[in-house]
Every structure is written in structure tokens, then in C-alpha cells.
Design a protein around this ligand. Structure first.
Ligand SMILES: Nc1ncnc2c1ncn2[C@@H]1O[C@H](COP(=O)(O)OP(=O)(O)OP(=O)(O)O)[C@@H](O)[C@H]1O
Ligand SMILES: [Mg+2]
Length: 235
């Protein structure tokens, strides 16, 4: 099991945001978390990434406990987790190459290998020709491709994506969905993807987790969840 989430809780100022969530993710899965605003999707991702920690419960990645009952056992930078956010979080003062190089340098990857890995991943997301461009000169879709490449170049064990396409227009959204699917197939990477868009979830997922009120309401295949949601809305 690549990710094990065992009965985790998280409150902010006494208000529960995650209220007893358990979920296992296997290598190579594309799990999509679907749920309305405020249901705890981002909070769950941030706990897996290690930016915040569950108040209760256990979290393990690749067989290693990373957080247990209020204690952080493995810091974020040592979890080998990649994250792509809704709001483009590229460093504006670094060019595309610099944005991808930053994390590799921090991990003391040798220069030659940095260059090779960056070029390969930029080819893959079709951004190699923009290697020297600065984020401000790129379109939203191009910036999101770079953000994806920046996460992937670190060769994470799991890629967490928090509504990465929701700020893009519909054409671009559809194009990048396909591209994410292609990349995931090529790399075989495990993906945990958050969205409130059913279409996007059905398109991308091998398994869907429906969240509501800080809890998991339903887990299943696209067909199972689609049926569950239509019953809920009385179709
Ligand atoms: N740092 C924080 N401080 C206080 N409350 C927080 C914090 N982060 C999240 N919350 C609260 O926790 C709950 C879950 O928030 P979260 O951001 O996880 O929701 P979400 O499902 O990602 O919503 P959205 O779809 O709008 O992004 C909300 O009620 C939110 O106000
Ligand atoms: Mg969110």
C-alpha cells in the first residue's frame, strides 16, 4: 500500500475539518477526491504532504509512518510527495528551468543529472521551448504545465493535485485533463487528485472518493459513484 490513512482527525480552532478519515491508496492508482467547498479536501492533501499534521490518527507513505497521533514523524521535504495547486505557485523571479532546478539543487542532485531530468520532463509536458521563459510571460495553461513538471521532476512517490485545472478555461481544462492522463500512463505515477467537478473526476479517476463534512461518504469506481450521486440527487 502506498498511502495508508488511518482514522485521522484535524480541527482548526476547535472546529473539525477532517472528522475520522481512513483511506488506502495503492501504487499506480488515480484516486480522485470529489466534494463541495469546505468539506476538507485541501486539508487532507496538506496532511499527506506534511504541511499540517493530523491531531489524531496515523498516516503512512510507502510503509513508513509519517505522522502518528499528533506527532509528525517525517517532515514534508522527506516524504517524496509532489504537489500541484490551483493557484499557480511558480517562483516569478526564476525562469522555467530555474523553477524546476530549485528542488533538485536542494536535494543536492548533481548538475548534469539535473539538466537531463529537467529536459526530459519539459519535453514530456511539451514546454522545452520555454525553458528560459519567466512565469509572467507564460499563459495560465503553460504555467500549470510547468507546475506539473516541477512536481514530477522530483520523481515523487505520489502526486497530489489540488484543483489544478479549475482556474483554466474549459478548452484548456479538457486538453490538460488528457495530458495528465497521458503523463500518468507514461510514468505510472500514483495520483491523488482533488476536484469539485464531477466530469473531471469521472474522466481522470480509477477510483473516486466522495467527501462531505470532513468525512468520506462513498468510495468506488466511476460507475458506482456515478450511480450513488444520481440516487442522492433523486435522478
Ligand atoms: N488554516 C486554517 N485555519 C482555520 N480553518 C481552516 C484552515 N484550513 C481549513 N480550514 C477550515 O477547514 C474546513 C475545510 O477546509 P478545506 O480547505 O480543506 O476545504 P476544501 O474542501 O478544500 O474546500 P474548497 O473546495 O473550497 O477548496 C473549512 O471549514 C475551512 O474553513
Ligand atoms: Mg480546497
Amino acid at each position: 500500500m502506498l498511502v495508508e490513512i488511518e482514522n485521522i482527525f484535524k480541527s482548526f480552532d476547535g472546529l473539525p475539518a477532517i472528522n475520522g478519515v481512513s483511506l488506502n491508496i495503492e501504487k499506480g492508482e488515480r484516486v480522485v477526491i470529489l466534494g463541495p467547498s469546505g468539506c476538507g479536501k485541501t486539508t487532507l492533501l496538506r496532511m499527506i504532504a506534511g504541511f499540517i499534521h493530523p491531531g489524531k490518527g496515523r498516516l503512512a507513505i510507502d510503509g513508513i509512518a509519517v505522522a502518528d497521533n499528533g506527532r509528525c514523524l517525517i517532515e514534508s521535504e522527506d516524504r517524496q510527495v509532489g504537489m500541484v495547486f490551483q493557484d499557480l505557485a511558480l517562483w516569478p523571479h526564476l525562469n522555467v528551468y530555474g523553477n524546476l532546478e530549485f528542488g533538485l539543487t536542494a536535494k543536492k542532485t548533481p548538475r548534469l543529472e539535473r539538466g537531463k531530468r529537467i529536459d526530459a520532463i519539459l519535453e514530456m509536458v511539451q514546454m522545452i521551448q520555454f525553458k528560459n521563459a519567466f512565469p509572467g510571460d507564460l499563459s495560465g495553461g503553460q504555467q500549470q504545465r510547468v507546475a506539473l513538471a516541477r512536481a514530477l521532476v522530483m520523481q515523487p512517490k505520489i502526486l497530489l493535485m489540488d484543483e489544478p485545472l479549475s482556474n483554466l478555461d474549459i478548452d484548456l481544462n479538457l486538453r490538460l485533463r488528457k495530458e495528465i492522463l497521458r503523463l500518468q500512463n507514461e510514468l505510472g505515477i500514483t495520483m491523488l487528485y482533488v476536484t469539485h467537478d464531477r466530469d473531471e473526476a469521472f474522466f481522470l479517476a480509477t477510483r473516486i472518493v466522495v467527501m462531505g463534512g470532513g468525512k468520506i461518504q462513498k468510495t468506488g469506481t466511476v460507475n458506482e459513484v456515478s450511480e450513488y450521486l444520481s440516487k442522492l440527487s433523486g435522478d
